[in-house]
Ligand binder design. Structure first.
Ligand SMILES: Nc1ncnc2c1ncn2[C@@H]1O[C@H](COP(=O)(O)OP(=O)(O)OP(=O)(O)O)[C@@H](O)[C@H]1O
Ligand SMILES: [Mg+2]
Length: 584
């Protein structure tokens, strides 16, 4: 990675200042001083920024980057200086601010670089999904969205999606005494992944290393993880031959938007590989928790059987990318250390996830739901490109999108008392010539939660599945937060802006369209599920506002905690699905 170009740096800096003011305002970390007609003043030590902000339907302000001016007309301050001043004034402690500055700097460096490498948004429509994901700019809500703590400049050139670089995975063989494999037949899964020829080579290497090729476990390792965690921390097992290095696999992988889940570039119909990558990115270290890894196939089969046996879910065409196999190696010392930080118990393992391609019918294409929020540096939007391709009026396109996304999620929640986190990176949208048709959900195992209320639909949960979900059995009004904050806030909040500002659909209409899809669903199922509409109450006037930025900045900081963080709420948001909703 080279030094940033000044022009792109200044633009990225301006956009990041606007984003941090917007999102800190949304999360009530700062009180934005905006007049009724949108004039913004931000007093900072040594300088005052002025600009303009637009009131959004859910009552928050979007600060417009191009409007920002420093007092006296000089250059804007650095985003890190604005960030530091605001956070310090809001009471964040110095060690957290210092760490956050480094995450923000890493984000800015990548943002500036992406301005120079971006391609027109319309071009994303015909790319392989993983290649389209490489064009996106990251989490829309988290300010330091490409922090990637642990990566150096060389890593940034090699491993994140936007590097557009092939990643080769190292394969290890592990003695069954130290490794567990679950789900589909492990050796068949590995053979499918690498091909028969390479698999025979791996078996021979394992044997040379002293393992029985018929009983040992084979696992792929991300090269960064190998160099920074596995070689140093699993050295005793490597030295004694409980772990045997087999060398790089033949395939060229590309990272998906989640950075640690990989697609085989030459054969995207092979299973995706979700791997531990112990960098801190956005909210957590991206390891693989052992219990969830081992529970994944069981959770997948429960949810898959729900989908395949439910006539309505079949009708919606919902696709679940099942996590059908997994392996996990516990660290011999960390796994027995009371209070050990969670990052040390999630180091070595893999999950095999079904790819989307085999599910697609003729003429269908799938793309990350996050892509709908993408705008290129010239202002072209991917959503706009799909609307144009569809030939539909933009308002009708919005209706089709809600009709594809909402009903399956509503049904999983209302009927099965279950929810996962349907944020943009965890979902894909399937379209036919640009017309949204159905929803794909992945990563449902990591975030799957069920309601604590007793409902007959949970009778089929096996003890193992119940045990895996023990920590996430939530009352109905808490469970709904996944849908509200994951989809409505983390995706639709931004999509509504794009349609209002660039595609001529007022925000009020965007949300009214979502409400009418909810109403139609409820009409259809009122006879059967009316009590669930109350249990999960998606129509309350407001709902709790989860605060993703606050989590790091004011709650967890950079403490190396034993538990993964849980995002908490501050204040509430007007609920756009409520019949009493009035756009601000
Ligand atoms: N638009 C987006 N919305 C949400 N997350 C995004 C977005 N763009 C990039 N990301 C990144 O994707 C990851 C989302 O985290 P999440 O826990 O859902 O996925 P994961 O478990 O790491 O991987 P996978 O989704 O493949 O199972 C984070 O690293 C986040 O920074
Ligand atoms: Mg995810």
């Amino acid at each position: 990675m080279t030094a940033p170009d000044l022009e792109q740096w200044e633009r990225a800096n301006r956009e990041l200042i606007a984003k941090l003011l917007t999102e800190f305002g949304y999360e009530e970390i700062i009180a934005l001083d905006v007049t009724d007609d949108g004039a913004l003043t931000v007093p900072l030590p040594g300088a005052t920024l002025t600009g303009r902000a637009v009131r959004r339907a859910l009552g928050w302000w979007r600060v417009l980057p191009e409007s920002l001016t420093a007092e006296g007309g000089g250059p804007l301050p650095d985003a890190v200086a604005v960030f530091t001043a605001l956070l310090t004034a809001a009471g964040a402690d110095a060690s957290t601010v210092a760490g956050a500055v480094s995450e923000l700097s890493s984000t800015l460096l990548t943002d500036a670089r992406q301005l120079t490498t971006a391609r027109p948004a319309a071009e994303l429509a015909d790319l392989e999904p993983v290649l389209a994901e490489a064009e996106l700019t990251g989490h829309p809500w988290i300010v330091a969205n490409k922090g990637r703590v642990g990566f150096g400049a060389d890593d940034l050139r090699a491993y994140p999606p936007e590097a557009r670089a092939d990643v080769r995975l190292l394969w290890l063989a592990a003695s069954p005494a130290v490794a567990d494999a679950v789900g589909l037949d492990h050796h068949a899964v590995v053979r499918d992944q690498v091909g028969s020829e390479a698999f025979e080579g791996m078996r021979a290497q394992a044997q040379l290393g002293g393992l029985d090729p018929d009983t040992c476990v084979y696992l792929p390792v991300h090269p960064w993880q190998w160099a920074h965690r596995i070689l140093p921390l699993h050295a005793p097992q490597l030295a004694r031959g409980d772990l045997v290095v087999l060398g790089d696999g033949p395939a060229r992988y590309r990272p998906q938007l989640a950075i640690r889940t990989m697609t085989d570039l030459d054969d995207p119909a092979r299973r995706y590989l979700k791997l531990p990558l112990s960098i801190l990115n956005t909210s957590v270290y991206r390891g693989l928790p052992r219990e969830r890894t081992l529970a994944a196939p069981g959770l997948t089969s429960w949810l898959s059987s729900v989908v395949s046996s439910d006539a309505f879910l079949r009708e919606t065409g919902l696709i679940l990318l099942g996590e059908v196999a997994g392996v996990s190696v516990a660290h011999p010392v960390y796994s027995g250390l009371p209070g050990v930080p969670y990052q040390y118990t999630e180091l070595l393992g893999a999950i095999w996830r079904e790819p989307v391609q085999p599910y697609l019918r003729d003429g269908e294409q799938a793309v990350s739901l996050a892509a709908l929020l993408h705008a290129d540096p010239s202002g072209g939007t991917f959503a706009g490109a799909l609307v144009e391709r569809s030939g539909l009026p933009a308002s009708e396109w919005v209706r089709r999108l809600h009709a594809a996304v909402l009903p399956p999620l509503l049904h999983v929640l209302y009927k099965y008392g279950a929810m996962f986190s349907p944020h943009g990176q965890n979902c894909m949208i399937v379209h036919r010539d640009g017309v949204p048709t159905r929803l794909v959900v992945k990563d449902f195992v990591d975030d799957l939660a069920i309601c604590s209320e007793s409902i007959p639909e949970h009778a089929g949960l096996t003890p193992a599945v119940r045990a895996a979900l023990a920590d996430v059995i939530l009352d109905g009004k808490t469970l709904r937060k996944y849908l509200q904050n994951g989809l409505l806030i983390c995706v639709d909040r931004y999509l509504a802006e794009i349609f209002a500002d660039r595609l001529g659909v007022p925000e009020a209409d965007f949300w009214a369209s979502a409400r009418s899809v909810l109403a139609a669903y409820q009409e259809r199922f009122r006879g059967e599920l009316a009590d669930r509409f109350t249990m999960f109450d998606l129509e309350s006037p407001t709902f709790p506002k989860l605060c993703l930025n606050r989590l790091r900045l004011f709650e967890r900081g950079y403490a190396d905690d034993p538990e993964r963080p849980v995002i908490s709420a501050v204040g509430s948001v007007p609920n756009p699905l409520s019949p009493s909703f009035v756009p601000r």
